[in-house]
Write a protein that binds this ligand. Structure first.
Ligand SMILES: [Fe+2]
Ligand SMILES: [Fe+2]
Length: 304
């Protein structure tokens, strides 16, 4: 067996902030429902102590890089973005942590400068001197890994949590993957919603799931990580060869519901282009502590 060349921790949906609206104007929209749902139910499920325990365990594992696949906030208020920024700084330096948005972070249309700009160093492509919403997908190269950040979050209508990548971003993604095809990098794609039909419930699905999966397959992605459904799922984009697609539960979920209880994954890459290998370690809560729950070898596509 060849030695590990790079390790990546994946956590998702920390839903870590306390929404504190700065006046009724911020609630004259879908946020009123979201705030009610958080006060009645979600704040009991997403527990700061669980997230703290995960953070301590993750830092003890010393991954080379950590990726966070969205939903850091509850209803995407600017104040929540500031809380999430402080948490990201605890998680690590922007050089060691990459983030993409989730649908809760784009709950309603909001001023970019007061929201995502606060996470800029964690979101933006390497060397980006100006940066805005249109700059997705992002590209960050860490060790032998090209980390491609896809944005599927947009302000959907109330009662739906659907996502969309959109034709413009898909065209940029295709061009980026084509460019990367000539380099000996492991192509890791991050997207909040599952790019596989049937993984997310209908009300929460990625609207252009098939088109996005088609671009990832044509562009020869090696692995896709997502969040959103707050469960572990092991699926694949059916292609030739298949591309593994894996999600994790919410990093802060602390209620005793076994398939939703907090977990994170560590991917340990071995080998080199064109033949990569990856083992994934599942770490999750058991009796109040984060422990290893499972290890499995992923079938990474060989594009030789
Ligand atoms: Fe979520
Ligand atoms: Fe989500």
């Amino acid at each position: 067996m060849t030695a590990n060349v790079f390790s990546i921790a994946h956590l998702s949906d920390p839903h870590l902030s306390r929404p504190e609206p700065a006046g009724w104007r911020q609630l004259c929209n879908k946020r009123a429902l979201g705030l009610m749902s958080w006060r009645r139910r979600r704040r009991f499920a997403h527990q700061p102590a669980v997230l703290d325990a995960l953070l301590a365990d993750l830092q003890a594992q010393r991954p080379d890089h950590t990726v966070v696949t969205g939903d850091l906030t509850q209803i995407g208020l600017p104040g929540e973005f500031a809380q999430a920024r402080a948490w990201l700084e605890r998680l690590g330096d922007p050089q060691a942590v990459s983030v993409i948005p989730g649908n809760h972070d784009a709950y309603v249309r909001e001023n970019w400068d007061h929201t995502f700009a606060l996470w800029r160093e964690y979101l933006a492509s390497d060397g980006a001197d100006s940066w805005a919403a249109a700059d997705f997908p992002t590209l960050r190269v860490r060790g032998p890994v090209a980390i491609i950040g896809i944005n599927s979050a947009f302000a959907a209508d109330p009662l739906r949590a659907v996502g969309r990548v959109g034709p413009d971003q898909r065209a940029r993604l295709a061009a980026m993957l084509a460019d990367l095809g000539g380099q000996d990098l492991f192509r890791l794609a991050l997207v909040h919603h599952a790019p596989v039909p049937g993984v997310d419930p209908w009300r929460k699905r990625l609207l252009d799931c098939r088109e996005t999966a088609g671009v990832l397959a044509a562009g020869k992605a090696h692995l896709v990580l997502h969040g959103h459904d707050h469960r572990t799922s092991w699926s694949k984009i059916a292609a030739n060869p298949d591309i593994p697609v894996v999600s994790v539960p919410s990093a802060s979920f602390g209620l005793p519901v076994s398939e939703k209880l907090s977990r994170y994954h560590i991917y340990r890459l071995r080998g080199a282009a064109p033949q990569w290998h990856a083992e994934v370690e599942v770490r999750g809560l058991r009796d109040g502590n984060f422990v290893e729950l499972e290890r499995r070898e992923l079938e990474i596509p060989d594009y030789a």
